[in-house]
Design a protein around this ligand. Structure first.
Ligand SMILES: *Cc1c(COP(=O)(O)O)cnc(C)c1O
Length: 406
């Protein structure tokens, strides 16, 4: 008898098993339900799909290569390692795949204004880019502290014609920026689409973002079959909100022989309390529209998180990952800041690639664990973004903490 399909399709209210859902104020229910209806219709519409494919090919530069990391393979002496080169997408990371999809959806709904939240600024830049491409007005909410830390990305967004609004509530970072974007959306929903940046939040966002990011896994599956004639033994991806990981994993879900490993930010180590490893040290709770694993204290207050990588530095994780973990279909691990920075240098020196600090968490995990596999095995790592944005951060980190230096 064939084994049962791995089923992670959410129900009508966006529940991934016990996770997900729509934990939002009454005023947001109607806009979310409209969005879900429009998304389902768009997904079935051949002309919408053609438009998405067109811009991914002609503008983003897809398909991205599946590159055989020859020297890393030799140096590690174990499995054959392939890198999915999302760092070669226009704007330097996978985030634009989702922004193209959501902005085309906004256009289809007749909305001429898009808003977004951003932490490090990468999603803000990707949204501002697509807004410019499609001639839409764009407003990006960003914590004031993040704006100071990421001044270059603020300049990029403004150059692209976006308005960047400083958020001064609370910690003045990503969590507050999401809340502010939600408030704007409630007020302006007739004209405005909210482009959420990861596979997170209230339904339909997690399933919608997964759909737009699944192009990564569809390409990778086709490419590895063409290049090696067989499926990989494992997929490895870093997990912030979880969009690059779910985008890679999803098209392989029914391939039971393919292991999946998501790598969270271990920061200064779990015992230090300074990290963003939700599965290692969190509990199930509700945050920003969804039920999932959240870093919280004994009173349910959201804990402060830490990671050298801004894109992984968030207190909660996308709900589909929580279900994949319960189903034992994916495993979740973490690496520290130091291991990630070491991997940044090693990848640069072995392969001539500056990887994003987020992405090198996946590379670091593989470097530590490569010996689990033999020489015949194929391992596919998602290189979600390029590291040019991180060179100052890595340089400052090395000056302070030692270790390899440029
Ligand atoms: C934002 C970002 C991430 C983390 O987001 P996910 O939704 O978990 O993919 C990872 N890598 C890069 C390069 C990013 O910019």
């Amino acid at each position: 008898m064939p084994r049962k399909r791995i089923d992670t399709e959410p129900d009508a209210h966006g529940h991934f098993g016990p996770y997900g859902g729509m934990f939002v104020p009454e005023t947001l229910m109607a806009p979310l339900q409209d969005l879900e209806r429009e998304f389902r219709a768009a997904r079935r519409d051949p002309s919408f799909r053609r438009d998405v494919e067109y811009y991914l090919r002609e503008y983003v530069g897809r398909p991205t290569p599946l590159y055989f990391a020859e020297r890393m393979t030799r140096e590690l002496g174990g499995p054959r390692i392939y890198l999915k080169r999302e760092d070669l997408c226009h704007t330097g990371a996978h985030k634009i795949n989702n922004c193209i999809g959501q902005c085309l959806l906004a256009r289809r709904m007749g909305k001429k204004r898009v808003i977004a939240e951003t932490g490090a600024g990468q999603h803000g830049v990707a949204t501002a880019t697509c807004a410019a491409l499609f001639g839409m007005q764009c407003v990006v909410y960003m914590g004031k502290v993040d704006m100071e830390r990421q001044a270059l990305n603020v300049f990029r967004m403004r150059s692209l014609g976006a308005e960047v609004v400083p958020v001064t509530a609370g910690q003045q970072t990503l969590k507050e920026a999401i809340s502010e974007a939600m408030r704007d959306w409630v007020t302006n929903v007739r004209t405005t689409h909210y482009v959420l940046g990861t596979a997170y939040g209230a339904h339909p966002y997690p399933v919608m973002v997964r759909t737009f990011q699944s192009v990564i896994g569809r390409e990778a599956r086709r490419q590895i079959l063409k290049q090696e004639g067989r499926l990989p033994s494992a997929l490895v991806a870093c997990v912030g909100g979880g969009s690059n990981a779910i985008g890679l994993f999803y098209p392989f879900l029914q391939d039971r022989g393919v292991e999946m490993i998501g790598v969270e930010a271990g920061g200064l180590g779990i015992r230090s309390g300074k990290h963003a490893a939700r599965f290692a040290d969190g509990r199930v709770g509700v945050l920003q529209g969804t039920r999932t694993w959240v870093l919280q204290d004994s009173e349910g207050q959201i804990r402060l998180t830490h990671s050298v990588s801004a894109g992984l530095d968030y207190a909660a994780v996308g709900p589909e990952h929580a279900l994949l973990r319960d189903l034992k279909r994916a495993d979740y691990s973490h690496v520290t800041d130091r291991e990630a920075v070491d991997a940044f240098y090693t990848l640069a020196r072995w392969e001539g690639i500056l990887g994003a600090l987020e992405s090198v968490h996946a590379v670091a995990w593989l470097m530590k664990n490569a010996r689990r596999w033999g020489k015949k095995d194929l391992i596919l790592v998602n290189l979600s973004g390029r590291g040019d944005k991180d060179v100052q951060q890595v340089s400052a980190w090395s000056a302070k903490h030692g270790g390899p230096k440029a």
